[in-house]
Structures are given as C-alpha cells and as structure tokens.
Design a protein around this ligand. Structure first.
Ligand code: AVI
Length: 321
C-alpha cells in the first residue's frame, strides 16, 4: 500500500478509549470534542498556517521574546539539557534554540505521530550531532517517558501557550506531572499568553481569511474518520470569541440548521444554533502564571515579556523535593 494510503488507514482506527471519549462528548448535554482532535495531519498544517496569520499574535510575539532574550535564556538553562518538546509539531521552535542551548538530547513528542516523525527525520540531517527521538504520544493526561529518554537535566519545553488549552486545574495537574517526571536538576521553559483587550483576542481566533474556521471545522472530519460519524462541515459554522468572565477564548462549532448526526453506536439531533464546544484558550495575568508554576513544584527564575506585555516566556527550575 502506498505510504499516503497507509497513513490514511491508520488514521481511521480509533481505540475503544478514544471512541468512548468522543461519543461521551457528543452525547453530553453541552456537547464537546476535546481540542486534541483538532490535530490530525491536516489540522496540524492548518495550525501552522494560523501561526502565520497577522491576527494570530502569540507565535510571532513569543518568537520575538525568544530572539531578543536568547542569550539570557541560554544562560538560565545551561548546556547539556535533555530537551523534551511537548507538542513539538514541526519542531521549528525547539530547533531555533539548538544553537544556543546545545542540548545533549532532543525528544519531540506529539499526538500527530507521523507528522513529528517526519519533522525529526528532517531535523536530524541539520543537527547530526544531537541525539534525537520522536514519540507519538498523547501526553495530556499522563506522561510515561520510555527509557530512551535521558533522566539527567530534563528540560520540558512547552511554548506557544498550549498550557492555556487546559483549565487552570488541569494545567496545575499537568505541571505537577512534569515535576514528577524530572529529577531535582529538571526545569521548564514555557510560553504563557497574557490577558489583553477583547478585540485583539476575538480577531486572533476568528481571522478574516477563515483559516481558524477551517481548523475548527476540520475536527468534524477527523471525528468522522475516527468513529464513523457523518458530520457535514457545510452545516456548521465556526465561533471564536473572548469570554472575559472566564479569562479564556472559546471555540465552538454552531449548527446552521436543525440536523442529525450519527456515529458507530450513537446518534444525536442538534437544533439550529446549538453548539459543540471544541476549545478553551485561557489567558493569564503574569502573577497568576507564576503562581501556577509555584503551586506545581516549579520556581520561576526569569519571566521575559514583550513591550506590550501580551505574552510571557518563563524559565522555571524544579523545586527540590
Ligand atoms: C495550540 N494552542 C495554544 C492554540 C491557542 O491559541 O489556543 C490553538 C489555537 N486555536 C485556535 N487558534 C489557535
């Protein structure tokens, strides 16, 4: 079978746990699909396109912070780290740090296994002297690192404010798992998006070209493949807006008409205007971001921000147990 067909076939298989999770979300009173299902092969590419959009400030703001303070970041981290990239995608953000950080090992983890393996294969040619491993893992609920990952100086790299896609309680639990997965010489480099005006946030998650809309709608096609659902993307519309009371941007898909959806083992009617919640993206005040790290067993050593205070890039060290 040609590679593309093989990949396609693999994508069709949902484990029983995945099928149960999706079915429960679709049947819930307020229907939801976990944002991790935004990232099939196409979704990962659409997210890359989002990062290029003028409206989507987080990527370029974080990149500017890292470029401006790269020497300080390298001094804070020190050489020889085991750099563990959580949600590595195309690995570009970590690769930009290699010449400064000089990691001993680079471990790229992503739920989109094929995507990250391809990225590592390309990267290894550019940096043949760095030991590299690609892991196709869903690290959102547990983190079991295989023996191939060095235990010395583990530095978790979690840029892009992906932490914002967890609720604050989930974020704390996630960071505590990272702390448990490193020794006392471990640390964290994390990007956290900060609270800002609603108009900027609304535009960032509902761009004029409709790329974020396509990214959101594509989750339905992914779910179709995973559990044999029959979502028609033409019957749904993207909603992305800032909910100030909850300090988060929300993404939903809204039914444009009364409709029915079925999947293996279930079905549901949606009336026009009913929504499926697909993502939250929490925005933090700087003090709360630092507090979240402290509550999780890390101590911030540096907080770097941009001139507008839109985004924070933080180095934290593990607090000895
Ligand atoms: C990956 N994550 C940090 C992005 C965010 O901003 O919450 C995902 C995203 N959703 C819509 N646009 C980008």
């Amino acid at each position: 079978m040609p590679t593309s067909r093989l990949t396609e076939a693999r994508q069709r298989l949902a484990t029983p746990a995945v099928a149960a999770e999706l079915a429960a979300g679709l049947a819930a009173r307020e229907a939801f699909i976990s944002p991790k299902y935004l990232y099939d092969a196409l979704g990962s590419r659409l997210f890359e396109a989002i990062c290029e959009l003028p409206e989507y400030y987080p990527t370029r703001t974080e990149a500017a912070i890292v470029a401006r303070y790269s020497a300080e970041i390298a001094r804070a981290v020190g050489p020889g780290a085991t750099l563990i990239d959580l949600g590595a995608g195309n690995c570009a953000k970590a690769a930009a740090l290699f010449p400064l950080l000089h990691p001993a090992q680079y471990v790229a983890i992503d739920i989109a296994a094929d995507f990250v393996r391809d990225a590592i294969a390309r990267l290894q040619q550019r940096f043949p002297h760095i030991e590299m491993t690609a892991l196709g893992l869903d690290f959102s609920s547990k983190l079991d690192l295989p023996d191939v990952v060095r235990t010395e100086k583990r530095l978790f790299f979690y840029p892009g404010s992906s932490i914002g896609n967890f609720t604050p309680d989930e974020a704390r639990a996630f960071l505590q798992r990272l702390r448990a997965a490193c020794d006392d010489d471990g640390g964290l480099l994390i990007g956290i998006d900060l609270v800002k005006d609603a108009a900027t946030l609304d535009a960032a998650y509902d761009d004029d070209l409709g790329i974020t809309a396509a990214f959101n709608l594509n989750i339905l096609r992914h779910v179709n493949r995973l559990i044999g659902a029959d979502f028609d993307v033409l019957q749904w519309e993207h909603r992305g807006f800032y909910n100030e009371g909850e300090s988060r941007v929300e993404m939903h898909l809204e039914a444009m008409e009364d409709l029915s959806v079925s999947w293996h083992g279930g079905a549901r009617d949606f009336s026009a205007g009913q929504r499926i919640h697909t993502e939250n993206s929490y925005k933090y005040r700087q003090s709360l971001a630092v507090g979240l790290l402290e509550q999780s067993g890390f101590a911030a050593t540096h907080v770097w921000t941009d001139p507008d205070n839109w985004f924070a890039f933080i180095h934290a060290r593990a607090v000895p147990r």
